[in-house]
Design a protein around this ligand. Sequence first.
Ligand code: ADE
Length: 238
Amino acid sequence: MTKLGIIGAMEEEVETLLGLMEEKRESERAGSRFFDGTLEGLPVTVVQCGVGKVNAALCTQILCDCFGVTHLVNTGIAGSLCADLDIGDLVVSQDSMYHDVDAVAFGYPMGQVPGMDVISFPADDALIGYAFAAAEAVNPGHTKIGRVASGDQFVASKEVKQRIIDLTKGLCTEMEGAAIAQTAYRNKLPFVILRAISDKADDSAEMDYPSFERIAAHRCAAVTQGLARQLKEAVEGQ
Ligand code: ADE
């Protein structure tokens, strides 16, 4: 059975998704609330994971072990790393990598986790397609597909932003995506990250973030709903 695990970062976004879900059942694990049910007729489990890589990874593993998800999507907001991506625009991950993993002393390139055979975790082509189509339907002409750069850092200075761009060539930066991607990779599950830009990850970031959070949350929820609809149609067409 196809089942989509939806990992949201923001309370407002998860609340919006819960409002769209049917047959909801709530349970708690590791201090997070998990909601099992259907979205657009597709079996889903939704969780608000909390901020940062550890929270994201542990909630993703719980989705795999306890809720039987077969596909994963991570949604939320991100700081833009690209002049062409404005506040409100959307990013669908081609892949994602860490900008803060440093095992250079052991001969690994900056960003690569020792023992992992890749430096970036590729998203699933079919999910990329569904997410892109859903994003275009919500905000036409304002979606890019590319790399998401993740780390345990809210990026709010030009210097840090430039370092992350130079290292990762990412389109946007946030604090969970690559940890979810790494967990999906190790569990051999298809995933995609979908992010709405809330700030420019520079000196203006702290000001822009709160004012845009609400709009971004609703936008992400609407795109996730579209993605669920397309995944369901694809499964039914098989
Ligand atoms: N999420 C939204 N904006 C961000 C930023 N500037 N840095 C890290 N995570 C973010």
